[in-house]
Design a protein around this ligand. Structure first.
Ligand SMILES: NC(=O)c1ccc[n+]([C@@H]2O[C@H](COP(=O)([O-])OP(=O)(O)OC[C@H]3O[C@@H](n4cnc5c(N)ncnc54)[C@H](O)[C@@H]3O)[C@@H](O)[C@H]2O)c1
Length: 289
C-alpha cells in the first residue's frame, strides 16, 4: 500500500524589497509613459539637448536613431550607446546626415522604417544660432540659418511623417523651437534665429492640422537658455552674460539639458495622447514677465 506523503509545500510569495530604481513606463507604473519597442529619430543628437533627450527616450524603452551632420558624435554619445545595450536592453544608432540633404534624409528615414517595420516618433533638435546685428546680416547668412532651422526641420518632419503614414500607426513629432520664437532676447542680436524659431512654432500648428487625420501628433518644445555649447561658447566671448542671463527669468538660473528629459518622454509617449498643435514652454518663466 502506497504511503501518502504530504505534498511539497506551495511556495508562498515573499515580500519583495522596494526596487532601488523605480522604472518609469513599465506595465504597472505609469504605462502611458512607456516607449518600449517604439522607434524614434532624433536630429541633432550628436551632442547637446538632442543627445540628452535621446538618452531619456532610451531609458523609457525606445530604439533611437541619432541623425546629425557631425562626422563623429560627442564622446559622451558612445557612453550612452554602450549603456543602452548593457543596461537598457535597447539600441542607440548613429546616422550621419545633414538635414539640408533632403534626398538622403528621405532615404535614411525610409531605411530605418523598413528595418523595423515602423517609425513612431521624431525629435527635430538640429539647429544653429548666429549672432549678428540686424543692420549687418547678409541675405546669404539669413538663408543659411533658415535653411537649417526651418527648411531642415520641416523636411525632417516630412520624411518621418511619410513613413508614419505608410505604416498607418500614427506617431508623435516634436519640433524644438525656443522661447526665442516668442520674445526678443534682451542684449542678444540674433534676428534670423528668433524668426526661425517663430516659424517652427507656426509650422507645428500647420503640420498638426494636416497630419491629425493620420493620428500623427505634432508639438513644439520651447526651451529657455540651456547650458550647451550653443550658449557656453557665447559666455567665453561675453563673460558678463553668464551672470546677466540667469537674472532674466523667475528662477534666477540657466537650465541644464537634463531638465528637458521628462518633456521629451511626455511628448513622445501616450502620456500626451490628446496634445497636438501645442507648444510646451520650459523656460524658468523667462517669457512670462
Ligand atoms: N542652448 C540653448 O540655450 C537653446 C535654447 C532654446 C532652444 N535651443 C534649440 O535646441 C536645439 C539643440 O541645441 P543645442 O543647444 O543642443 O545646440 P548644439 O549646438 O549643442 O546641438 C545642435 C546639434 O545640431 C546639429 N546640427 C546643426 N546643423 C545641422 C544640420 N544641418 N544637419 C544635421 N545636424 C545639424 C549639430 O551638429 C549639433 O550636434 C536647437 O534647435 C536649438 O536652437 C537651444
Amino acid at each position: 500500500m502506497a504511503i501518502e506523503t504530504d505534498p511539497a509545500p506551495t511556495p508562498q510569495p515573499q515580500p519583495q524589497p522596494a526596487p532601488e530604481n523605480i522604472v518609469l513606463g513599465t506595465k504597472t507604473r505609469l504605462p502611458e509613459f512607456s516607449l518600449a519597442g517604439k522607434v524614434i529619430c532624433v536630429s541633432g543628437a550628436a551632442r547637446g539637448l538632442g543627445l540628452t533627450q535621446a538618452e531619456a527616450l532610451l531609458e523609457a524603452g525606445a530604439i533611437v536613431y541619432a541623425l546629425d551632420r557631425l562626422e563623429e558624435p560627442d564622446p559622451h554619445f558612445h557612453t550612452i550607446q554602450a549603456r543602452a545595450k548593457t543596461e537598457l536592453s535597447t539600441t542607440l544608432y548613429y546616422r550621419r546626415i545633414d538635414v539640408r540633404d533632403t534626398a538622403l534624409l528621405n532615404a535614411v528615414v525610409e531605411d530605418i522604417a523598413n528595418t523595423h517595420g515602423r517609425l513612431d516618433g521624431l525629435i527635430a533638435a538640429a539647429g544653429v544660432q548666429q549672432e549678428t546685428p540686424a543692420l549687418e546680416y547678409t541675405a546669404d547668412d539669413v538663408n543659411r540659418l533658415l535653411g537649417i532651422n526651418v527648411t531642415g526641420v520641416f523636411m525632417t518632419a516630412q520624411a518621418v511623417a511619410r513613413q508614419m503614414v505608410r505604416f498607418g500607426r500614427g506617431g508623435s513629432i516634436v519640433l524644438i523651437a525656443s522661447m526665442s520664437g516668442t520674445i526678443a532676447n534682451r542684449g542678444l542680436p540674433c534676428p534670423a534665429y528668433n524668426a526661425s524659431k517663430a516659424a517652427v512654432l507656426q509650422l507645428t500648428r500647420n503640420l498638426a492640422m494636416e497630419w491629425g487625420p493620420y493620428n500623427i501628433r505634432v508639438n513644439s518644445l520651447s526651451p529657455g537658455y540651456i547650458l550647451t555649447s550653443m550658449v557656453t561658447d557665447l559666455f567665453e566671448e561675453y563673460p558678463e552674460r553668464a551672470s546677466e542671463w540667469p537674472r532674466q527669468n523667475m528662477l534666477g538660473r540657466l537650465s541644464r539639458p537634463e531638465e528637458y528629459r521628462g518633456a521629451a518622454v511626455f511628448l513622445l509617449s501616450e502620456a500626451s495622447g490628446f496634445m497636438t498643435g501645442g507648444d510646451l514652454r520650459v523656460d524658468g518663466g523667462h517669457a512670462a514677465w
